[in-house]
Design a protein around this ligand. Sequence first.
Ligand code: SF4
Ligand code: SF4
Length: 511
Amino acid sequence: TGICCTAIDLTRYSPEAKIIGPISWQLRYIRSGLPDVVIVDEQCVRADLLAEAQKVHAPLIATSGKNCAGLPDRTGDDPDEIVTDLVSGVTPGVLILDPEKVGEVAVRTAVLVMDKRKKFRIIPTPEELIELAKRCGGCQECMRVCPAGTPLAVSMQQAGRGDPSALASIYDTCIGCGKCEDVCNKEIPIHSAILSAADEQMRSERFSIRAGRGAIQDIEIREVGGPIVLGEIPGVIAFVGCANFTNGVAEVAEMAREFARRRYIVLTSGCSAMAIGMHRNEDGQTPYEEFHGRFDAGGIVNVGSCVSNAHIAGATIKIASIFAKRNLRGNYEEIADYVYNRVGAVGIAWGAMSQKAAAIAAGFWRLGIPVIVGPHGSKYRRMLLGRKDKPEDWFVYDSRTGEKVQVGPVPEHLFIAAETPEEAMTLAAKLCMRPNDTSRGRSMKLTNYIDLYKRMYDRMPDDINLFIRSPADIPMTMKETILPILEEKGYHEQPIPNPTLLKSQIRKPKE
Ligand code: SF4
Ligand code: SF4
């Protein structure tokens, strides 16, 4: 069993592997007593896992020089000796840098400690929970630090009076950071208390996720090229990143559903891929069961762990290679120029919190793919925002003539935080627009943008004039509404260029 990306990758190799949950489930997984041995790699790992593993008497094996947890390097030692030391508790953990030895030591240790541990857990019993909760003085320090904004103090006091239901309802939104426990001056193990209150839910949870599939094949890209250009597929939306969600997994799953229903290609990876599989509709289906898994309109495709985000970037790079014969070696500038101007792809990292997620986002935006982060994403303190009110910012060259052409704010931003899923969805639909959209493609993209905007805000967006280059761009069913708006805003028809930001791409320079 595993957590986070390691688990997704395990399931790609073995049907026996089980995914426990996303990065935010580290504490609940270990405190549940389920693991007999904990193995950690180097990324997205809590710094206190050794201490947590010790609480449930589970030996820990560190496997990377970047995350040694202060443990002795036993790589060169005899496995028999290492196993003996771990099982007897002489050492709470070891560092082993040889993966094969890690496997041998972990399996042998697990078999031997299993009987000793008997799945020892540190989640309070219902009776213990009430006694712990009675200690709560209502100081609200826990609420002050909780990133999920949960109503901890009142819920704890209610549990102290014998009713843990409010505490149990926090389970779905708690991201397992443990900050509340650090500040509680009554030393209440608050996170464990939440797990205790939701014990029944925790034991009965079952999710399904589509297996991580790896790279998108050239043949799949060729098949969607036409529909993407013609607007039958209005864009590609990738749900990526960590599980630092403000309101649990439902928001990510609902966003994925919305875009799949609208016939976008939806890609998923990492903890967001898990989150989508953790939410069911009224018929009990996860989005993976509701929508097909092909790289095609209306599909939800799980590429794999966060490391597989490279396959999402890779798909856009393949588009540049297959349809424009862009050289793939030492040619980043041209490829990024192509993707930025032509490939309507957007990433949504709704729960991004780690440095790795920030690095992945940077990898996408430098390739010309806008990234939207959730409310906590503003803590990165770096956004790449465009100014749609400055028309002079939105010129490209027409590579056929060398003319500078005004194309409007497409895409308007490259890195932006949204506060609500509604805002994120309207932004994503808007950021799928690109300078080279055909009129049919642009009208489909506008249909989705306007439709989502009206549904979310109950009015027309105030910037549609910036995205309409000619009457052919106007969605057929909205002509009567949009033409008066264009007249009022003083609209001028613009040509659709063969866009590039690179002078080197101009085939016939202007005299
Ligand atoms: S562990 Fe859960 S309840 Fe506690 S501060 Fe973190 S998110 Fe809030
Ligand atoms: S910090 Fe502790 S004592 Fe204060 S309200 Fe929260 S649970 Fe109660």
